[in-house]
Design a protein around this ligand. Structure first.
Ligand SMILES: [Zn+2]
Length: 231
């Protein structure tokens, strides 16, 4: 138990990234932030709905992801002939035309990585709604973190826009529902990333030795309150 108290205290001590002042973080209330006592840099922020808000965004992103992959990105019509394609359809076309590596990269960065990030985040958030969350939730949080840099929906969106402009010189191009969905997804993914605070998830996780997480995160400790907190 003594070790546990020491470990908890250690985790609350933090060096300011700007001025390097070592200080103890007070308990930050929802909607509040803690600043460095010397330079005023924000050391910790706590959003108001740490689980509900990212959960809502993740559910929305899941729906939009399905639409983005099921609906055509754009439709083309040249001299009476019409064609349209989805993201996966485009990757498949690349594969049969001999661009296997490009097809795999497109498939991974535009479909698999965003889908994995959204699904892992969704499972983590659903499990964290009712603490204590099981141990595997922490592992899944790491997987979501690992998938996040590979999710390059915005790069694909740029590619779509460039091709849209180039093809428009040769054929009639109609932006499809899929393209709008990709545009919305491009905004939802960073929104999830900003609103999902890993500390909130870790605080709800069962400890490695089987001990349940502390259920009183609101209790302020005046002895450690070296930083100021505004709400
Ligand atoms: Zn500082």
């Amino acid at each position: 138990m003594h070790d546990r108290i020491e470990a908890t205290l250690d985790s609350a001590i933090l060096a300011c990234p700007d001025c390097d002042l070592l200080q103890v973080l007070p308990e930050v209330h929802p909607g509040g932030r803690a600043r460095c006592v010397r330079c005023g840099r924000t050391l910790a922020t706590r959003i108001r709905n740490p689980i509900e808000r990212p959960l809502a965004l993740t559910l929305a992103a899941l729906l939009v992801l399905v639409v983005a992959n099921a609906a055509p990105l754009m439709g083309l019509s040249v001299v009476g002939r019409e064609a349209s394609t989805t993201i996966i359809g485009g990757a498949y076309q690349m594969w049969i035309e001999g661009q296997e590596l490009t097809a795999l990269i497109v498939l991974f960065c535009a479909v698999i990585a965003p889908a994995a990030y959204i699904l892992f985040s969704l499972v983590v958030l659903l499990a964290a709604t009712r603490p204590p969350a099981p141990r595997w939730v922490g592992e899944m949080l790491r997987w979501a973190d690992g998938m996040q840099p590979w999710s390059m929906v915005e790069v694909m969106m740029l590619g779509i826009l460039v091709s849209l402009v180039k093809i428009a010189e040769l054929a009639k191009v109609e932006p499809g529902i899929g393209m709008y969905a990709v545009g919305i997804l491009m905004l939802l993914l960073p929104a999830i990333q900003v609103s999902l605070d890993p500390d909130e998830i870790w605080a709800r996780l069962t400890w490695a030795d089987g001990e349940l997480p502390s259920t009183t995160p609101e209790a302020p400790n005046p002895e450690t309150a070296l930083t100021d907190s505004t709400s």
